[in-house]
Design a protein around this ligand. Structure first.
Ligand code: AMP
Ligand code: TRP
Length: 332
């Protein structure tokens, strides 16, 4: 059986990296099996969040899922904090996760910064909660962007640790699905850095709700290099900005990077930028419009999340109950 699960944090705005690296693939995978897409609000509070903003962002992410094409008739959309099994299983799994495994997580090192002593426990345990998100449903496939690969390998290790400790084949080892041409979208200002919600410069990213004018401006100002575009992939070596813009074009036009390179070989960046703008506006414009319409009716969104939480709970609770029994907790 195939069961897909993935999630995004309700922190800041979603950008083109979130869309191409994750959301677009979720939409395409919906017909395969059972799908759960959560808004990971428990993960969001691993760093301080304004409560009112967090609540609104949680709705906004749910709206983005639906606007991008997640269909509530095929997929379950819910807020992580509405299903208590995530937090409960995270505790159990945390008790069999060696600190040495967590010490290797590059995202923790980045987010904690230099002052590691002040980093909260939740930020350190973030990947354990992520493993719990997946395993609470015995999910088999997890579509994510490339930056989540290390966390998914850890989730597999944690599943294995549980199975070994209780000598069972209880949790399946979840498969990462890192799909499409744009698995790692880079900043428009610096092709060696990931496009990120937390980058201080808004010009570094294209947000899913940016206006066509703003999208055009950001692409026009995107960093380039002086040479014309190359005619083969090898020549993209050492040209991260050219590489990124061609990748974005390919992903947004549903073509391959190879075809994009052939299309723009020997031309100046201006042509690529013009066509990229067109493709981005064409893709994101309708999604932004649907998002805004959905956000205008928060009661309806909240009802979708409540319904999703009921369905998610119905899957999670029996699995959690069985896990607790394996651990040796008394049945109630
Ligand atoms: P986050 O914003 O960290 O909650 O990420 C949500 C999803 O978007 C995850 O699957 C990430 O791997 C993916 N993602 C985030 N940034 C990028 C990026 N720059 N390129 C591709 N995928 C990304
Ligand atoms: N850590 C992921 C990110 O920042 C979000 C996430 C939380 C997730 N739980 C998950 C992704 C479970 C896939 C499956 O992008």
């Amino acid at each position: 059986m195939t069961r897909i699960l993935s999630g995004m944090q309700p922190t800041n705005q979603l950008h083109l990296g979130n869309y191409l690296g994750a959301l677009k693939n979720w939409v395409a995978l919906q017909d395969v099996g059972e799908n759960l897409f959560c808004v990971v609000d428990l993960h969001a509070i691993t760093l301080p969040q304004d409560p009112a903003v967090l609540a609104q962002s949680t709705r906004e992410i749910a709206a983005a899922y639906i606007a991008a094409g997640i269909d509530t008739a095929k997929s379950i959309i819910f807020a992580q904090s509405h299903v208590s099994a995530h937090a409960e299983l995270a505790w159990i799994l945390g008790c069999m996760t060696p600190m040495g495994w967590l010490n290797r997580m590059t995202q923790f090192k980045e987010k904690a910064g230099k002052d590691r002593e002040s980093a909260p426990l939740g930020l350190y345990g973030y990947p354990v909660l992520m493993a719990a998100d997946i395993l609470t449903y015995k999910a088999t496939h997890v579509p994510v962007g490339e930056d989540q690969k290390q966390h998914l390998e850890l989730a597999r290790d944690i599943a294995g640790a549980f199975n070994r400790r209780y000598d069972v084949e209880f949790f399946p080892l979840p498969e990462p699905q890192i799909l499409g041409e744009a698995t790692r979208v880079m900043s428009l200002r610096d092709g060696t850095r990931k496009m990120s919600k937390s980058d201080l410069s808004d010009m570094s990213r294209i947000n899913m709700t940016d206006t066509p004018e703003l999208i055009a401006q950001k692409i026009r100002k995107a960093k380039t290099d002086p040479a014309p575009l190359p005619s083969n992939p090898e020549e993209l070596e050492g040209r991260p900005e050219a590489d990124n813009l061609l990748t974005l074009y390919a992903a947004l036009s549903d073509t391959t990077k190879r075809a994009a390179i052939a299309r723009f070989a020997g031309t100046q960046f201006s042509l690529l930028k013009a066509e990229l703008t067109e493709a981005a506006v064409e893709t994101l414009g309708p999604i932004a419009a649907r998002m805004n319409a959905l956000m205008a009716d928060t009661a309806a969104l909240d009802a979708i999340l409540r319904d999703g939480a009921d369905k998610a709970n119905a899957i999670a609770q029996p699995i959690l109950a069985e896990a607790k029994q394996l651990v040796g907790f008394l049945p109630r």
